[in-house]
Design a protein. Structure first.
Length: 408
């Protein structure tokens, strides 16, 4: 809501300035004063329409407004005014410069990368600064021009800096998504490798007993089919989650030691599969370090959960405990609960530390939210009722996957 509030407030200021300039005789209905009025109205209309202008249309509309402003400045400089009051033709008003300042902020921030977006901001700066000295160069007009120059430079710098900050945030978010997808792919790689190894062992066993005890071959084949189905479903899920928004398959580049998901020896970078037992070890290790004491409450059975869910549960608990260790001041107890219901798993982590003063979710929580959303879950974090910090993640017990028959 902040951009909308700022736009509404600035538009209200422009309307008030326009009325003040008109009633004060700075803008009028005849001659050059009427031209200045039309130019001011065009600038205010551009500000009013700016929220609905796209990245390509905004620089063009701003360019139209600045061309009109420069044209009026040139006419004012070329000859005397034609208004009944000669002083009225020398007045420039504050409505038009204020409107151009808003466009000077938005074009570098939202403009599409093109020659128009690059050319309009400097021309806007020139138009704002030159208007006070368009008629004559006196002390008051020079001082006003210098004031406009300082303000315009600050506004232009703010717009460029804001754009760079937003680009850096997008880059960081993209890096987090790539890291989470790479790590997710590794977990699923281990899971598929585990099942393939089991398939090979069971197939070898079936071959060994085929002649002596043929009645045991059918159960072995059923187990092989089940393991293969699970491995295929997980692999299909992994490929779907690694796809980019445009449908292209992403290639993880920064997840492994040499940028291709492999270690320096060229082998896949493997990580151990994490389950509820590893969550218990994680909580016990947190308490063993000292400081706050962690307690784990487990409810339900977790043996039949897919590896995507169990590894995500482990990652949620690990990230939450890390945040407690970093940020929870005066924390003495951490409560970790993992509850299995019929259709999902809920993970809750809360501490009794003093309230935190934060400006928003860090990149760790953003990456965790990306990981949770990959399997169709959701996560919430914030201040608890008792002043501590709480985190809750809800994960589906069976992440959606494409039908097995699609691969046949």
């Amino acid at each position: 809501m902040a951009p909308w509030i700022a736009w509404s407030a600035w538009l209200a200021v422009l309307c008030a300035a326009l009325l003040a300039d008109y009633w004060g005789g700075l803008l009028g209905g005849q001659g050059l004063d009427f031209a200045k009025l039309c130019c001011a109205l065009l600038a205010v209309a551009s500000v009013a329409a700016s929220p609905w202008l796209g990245a390509k249309a905004l620089p063009m509309v701003a360019g139209l407004a600045v061309v009109a402003s420069l044209a009026v400045s040139v006419v004012l400089r070329a000859g005397p005014g034609t208004a009944p009051d000669p002083l009225a033709s020398k007045a420039y008003g504050f409505t038009e410069p204020a409107a151009l300042l808003w466009l000077l902020l938005l074009v570098p921030l939202r403009g599409r990368r093109s020659w128009v977006a690059w050319a309009v901001p400097p021309v806007l700066w020139v138009a704002i600064v030159l208007r006070p000295i368009a008629v004559e160069v006196v002390d008051i007009s020079v001082i006003t021009a210098l004031f406009f120059a300082v303000v315009s430079t600050a506004v232009l710098s703010a717009g460029v800096t804001w754009r760079l900050v937003r680009a850096d945030r997008r880059r960081r978010a993209a890096t987090l998504r790539l890291e989470q997808r790479t790590e997710f792919a590794r977990d699923l790689h281990d899971f598929v490798a585990h099942h393939v190894t089991g398939i090979v062992v069971q197939a070898q066993g079936a071959l060994a007993i085929a002649e002596r005890r043929p009645e045991l071959v059918r159960p072995a084949l059923e187990r092989i089919e089940q393991a293969g189905t699970e491995a295929l479903s997980s692999m299909r899920l992994m490929v779907g989650m690694l796809r980019d928004a445009d449908g292209q398959e992403g290639t993880p580049k920064n997840g492994g030691g040499n940028g291709d998901g492999k270690d320096s020896a060229g082998q896949p970078a493997l990580t151990p599969l994490a389950g509820i037992a590893e969550v218990r070890s994680l909580v016990e290790g947190f308490s063993a370090i000292g400081g706050a004491r962690a307690r784990l409450d487990v409810e339900g059975t977790f043996d039949d959960l897919p590896v995507e869910v169990t590894t995500t549960v482990h990652r949620v608990v690990m990230e939450a405990l890390t945040n407690v260790r970093k940020h929870a001041r005066g924390c003495t107890e951490v409560r970790v609960a993992v509850v299995r219901t019929g259709d999902g798993v809920t993970v809750r982590v809360g501490d009794d530390g003093r309230p935190r003063h934060t400006t928003g979710a860090g990149y760790g929580l953003r990456g965790l939210a990306e990981r949770v959303s990959m399997i169709g879950g959701r996560i919430e974090a914030g201040q608890g009722a008792d002043g501590g910090w709480g985190l809750e993640a809800t994960l589906p017990a069976a992440p959606a996957a494409a039908p097995i028959g699609a691969a046949r």
